[in-house]
Design a protein around this ligand. Structure first.
Ligand SMILES: [Zn+2]
Length: 492
């Protein structure tokens, strides 16, 4: 009785508000009708409580709310829009949350324990991957390994893939399969410990990993070995490429061999000596993040039991460390294209898709800029009586223009080391031509050769089965618990 009364009261209230809305002077505005349409869609939406046969976790390394905003405007402006009105594919997902990213012993996190948290369900120690909370950084004897989402899904008969534009042994992809007291043990580890590349091969052998695409070929061959995309660096003399070959894993090294790979067999693709190229600089023949995502999904879809895929835009982080907004945003734009391609290939009735970042950076966005201000350019004044900016740069108190993007610290610092070792400086004058150069480093305050991460929360966007479990402010290890519940329910 109570329920029926409540429902009829609600429907009366909805009708009343609709009627009132039509009478408002703003009712004909496109902003208003778009808002109404979205609410109607939300009212009609039913939660998707299907079992997730597949899970795809997209991580753009370092793409907190700030970079996500910059990438949105950049991608929109590339399409000829003003930019602010544009939506990235994940901006349109029905569910989202704010994620806390701190590590057990760090207010400002690094990419190893943050990605580890997503894959294990617990927070971890700075610079370590998938060890329990007693881990000591760089101390191999402290390793108490955790069980990973990849291992759980592989036991259930599903396939697992990793993709990164960084090395496949880099922190974020490594967090899917490796357990280590030092995220930098790419190809060598102290006595009694397995380095990360070796662990990847062990996980191929164990049937946990089925596809691995990215950079880092140097980590798979003995020191000095000449390779397709670099030179071997292993001091233990192990030829991991030969071992992978013996396991029946196809090795591919460029876009052509990737395209030709047999989708019914495991694949390792190593397209660079260490990290792959930025999208801005990517040579012909090196696959893009989009190419790798499509191929990996094609391979993983040959398993009727489903799959778990982690896709990392690893170099968004590197460009931000370099203080270069242009490359961060171009790598973010291809990341968005990879997300759209994945959405076009899967059935959201049975595929949980999550987009997030591991941590934020110290990127800032200045005001007050008019609509359509190029997001990597100078902040242009708001114009009265027109939507688009005035075409005149806004000026700071020093009488000089400034870019929309700046950094709290980094290589673009306005403080320059003097002959006596002290730092001094002032903001130089800037022209639009200079700041729109892809190599321009935006101004920063504190001088640092490498710009730092920030502890600020990041966004998470989700769609598909059980995506509605995300909401509010959460710790990032909750991602494991949602993936686990979506794939296995309360039984696991
Ligand atoms: Zn980083």
């Amino acid at each position: 009785m109570f329920r029926r009364t409540l429902v009829s009261t609600l429907s009366v209230a909805l009708c009343a508000s609709t009627a009132i809305a039509q009478d408002l002077p703003q009712a004909g505005s496109e902003y208003f009708t778009a808002g109404q349409a979205l609410i109607a869609e939300r009212v009609a939406a039913e939660p998707n409580t299907n079992t997730a046969k597949n899970v795809i976790l997209f991580v753009a390394d370092g793409m907190g709310i700030g970079p996500n905003y910059g990438i949105r405007l950049f991608a929109g402006q590339q399409q000829g829009l003003l930019g602010e009105e544009y939506n990235l594919p994940h901006d349109l997902f029905p569910h989202s949350a704010i994620m806390k990213t701190y590590n057990i012993n760090a207010q400002t996190p690094d990419s190893a324990p943050t990605a580890g948290a997503m894959n294990s369900g617990v927070k971890q120690v700075f610079n370590t991957i998938n060890l329990d909370d007693t881990a000591i950084y760089d101390d191999c004897s402290s390793e108490v390994p955790l069980r990973l989402f990849s291992e759980i899904v592989a036991d259930a008969g599903k396939s697992v893939g990793i993709i990164s534009t960084a090395s496949v042994a880099h922190a974020t992809p490594a967090a899917v399969y490796a357990k280590t007291a030092n995220r930098n043990w790419f190809h060598d580890a102290p006595e009694g410990c397995d380095d990360i590349a070796l662990q990847l091969v062990n996980q191929f052998e164990a049937g946990v990993i089925d596809v691995a695409l990215g950079g880092g070929i140097r980590d798979f061959a003995p020191e000095g070995t000449a390779l397709d995309n670099g030179t071997g660096r292993r001091l233990d003399g192990q030829d991991l490429l030969a071992r992978l070959d013996g396991l029946g894993v196809q090795y591919v090294h460029d876009a052509e061999t990737l395209a030709a790979a047999d989708r019914s067999q495991p694949i390792i693709g190593l397209f660079a000596n260490s990290d792959m190229s930025y999208q801005e600089d990517r040579p012909e023949g090196e696959p893009s993040l989009l190419d790798m995502t499509v191929t990996a999904i094609e391979q993983l879809q040959t398993n009727e039991d489903g799959f778990y895929l982690m896709v990392e835009a690893g170099r968004v982080d590197h460009a931000l460390h370099g203080g270069n907004a242009h490359r961060a945003f171009t790598d973010g734009a291809i990341f968005a294209e990879a997300i759209q391609a994945a959405l076009d290939m899967v059935d959201l009735e049975e595929t949980l898709v999550i987009v997030t970042a591991d941590h934020e950076h110290v990127i800032n966005f200045q005001g007050y800029c008019g609509r359509g201000t190029p997001i990597t350019g100078l902040c242009m004044d708001i114009a009265s009586g027109q939507i688009e900016h005035s075409g005149e740069p806004a000026l700071a108190d020093d009488g000089l223009p400034y870019t929309v993007v700046t950094f709290g610290n980094g290589a673009g610092s306005v403080l320059i080391e003097q002959e006596d070792g002290t730092y001094a400086g002032a903001r130089p004058a800037l022209t639009q031509e200079e700041v729109l150069d892809p190599d321009y480093l935006q101004q920063a305050l504190i001088p640092m050769s490498s710009e730092t991460h920030s502890g600020v929360d990041v966004g998470l966007w989700a769609t598909g089965p059980w995506a509605h479990l995300f909401g509010g402010t959460m710790d990032q290890e909750t991602i494991f618990h949602v993936m686990n519940h979506a794939a296995f329910g309360s039984a696991e």
